[in-house]
Design a binder for this molecule. Structure first.
Ligand code: SF4
Length: 315
């Protein structure tokens, strides 16, 4: 298994925003980690990339194993060597990954020079090939450009090229297309999915959008308020969601023929980490809540954590 996250709990200061999270990801597989803002998705990405110390976070229980190695047991220098080389990161804002005063070509070249030891000429040939694969027109001219001269969609393709240039085994993409318009978003997600499959990489795709999950993911883990609500293959979960929160997220996907203004969204908001309710954390918003829901945490069984799953769901 390429990535195993097992019973992971994370603490930042006095608060525990992530509790008992678990999922796995194999080579050639795309796992969507989905949930609203505040569900713990980006925190999970930081744990998987060993970047929790940046926000004074620490793993208080469980494990993150990459290719069989427990990340918590690695010294900082070994973690740094893993990131960029074996684990690539694609962030929401391309400008956090790019240097605004360096030409695009040099920024992509450096990844394969540093991590694969390529010569300057070989690195540039590789950069041009990558940019062409990512359907960037006039790749040579783009290599000579600066980031501010490119559109948002082009910049995000460059960041994906930077992540791919080091030939990683795992890519963690945290809301990679949220800032882009819907058409560009669909194109970039499609390209990322194609490259991951073609190269046999693992992709952990973090998103708030079930439409993005439906487009490219093999499996999905639904997070709510720091816990897994539902986990399983995309086809099964979209056909028969068991958890009311998953159902609500699916119902938020706009479809052809959806009348403007007819999407209602999910009433209420994800609770803040300091006010997590007892029992199932979704119970204040759940139309299927029963008395047990506010008293007892539902265990994750048969792929869902719900005391009163939807009828017709597996398990
Ligand atoms: Fe709703 Fe209860 Fe299931 Fe939570 S456990 S999602 S409150 S039915």
């Amino acid at each position: 298994m390429l990535l195993e996250v097992e019973n992971l709990s994370v603490t930042i200061g006095q608060i525990s925003p992530l509790e008992g999270v678990g999922f796995s990801l194999d080579r050639g597989e795309i796992l969507g980690l989905v949930g609203e803002s505040g569900s713990g998705k980006s925190l999970t990405a930081l744990a998987v990339t060993g970047l929790l110390p940046l926000i004074d976070g620490r793993v208080t229980a469980g494990h993150v194993r990459f290719a069989g190695r427990d990340l918590a047991a690695l010294p900082p220098c070994a973690l740094r060597a893993l990131r960029g080389k074996r684990i690539g990161l694609v962030t929401q804002n391309p400008m956090t990954a790019m240097d605004p005063v360096q030409r695009i070509g040099a920024q992509v070249d450096v990844m394969s020079r540093l991590h694969l030891g390529l010569s300057a000429a070989a690195a540039r040939a590789r950069t041009l090939e990558l940019l062409t694969r990512l359907r960037i027109p006039e790749a040579a001219a783009v290599c000579d450009a600066y980031p501010h001269q490119l559109s948002g969609g082009m910049k995000q393709r460059i960041v994906i090229a930077m992540a791919l240039a080091a030939e990683p085994e795992l890519i963690v993409a945290d809301e990679p297309t949220t800032a882009l318009d819907v058409t560009v978003q669909a194109q970039i997600i499609q390209l990322l999915g194609e490259e991951v499959k073609r190269r046999g990489l693992g992709l952990l795709l973090i998103t708030h959008d079930m439409g993005v999950v439906a487009q490219v993911c093999d499996r999905v883990a639904v997070l709510y308020a720091g816990r897994i609500a539902e986990l399983g293959p995309v086809g099964g979960i979209f056909a028969r969601p068991a958890h009311p929160y998953t159902r609500a997220l699916i119902d938020c996907i706009p479809r052809e023929g959806t009348a403007p203004g007819s999407l209602t969204g999910i009433p209420g908001a994800v609770p803040s980490v300091t006010t997590y309710p007892l029992g199932c954390r979704f119970h204040p918003r759940c139309p299927r809540a029963r008395p047990i829901c506010s008293a007892t945490v539902p265990p994750l069984l048969n792929g869902h954590a719900c005391h009163n799953p939807l009828e017709g769901a597996d398990g």
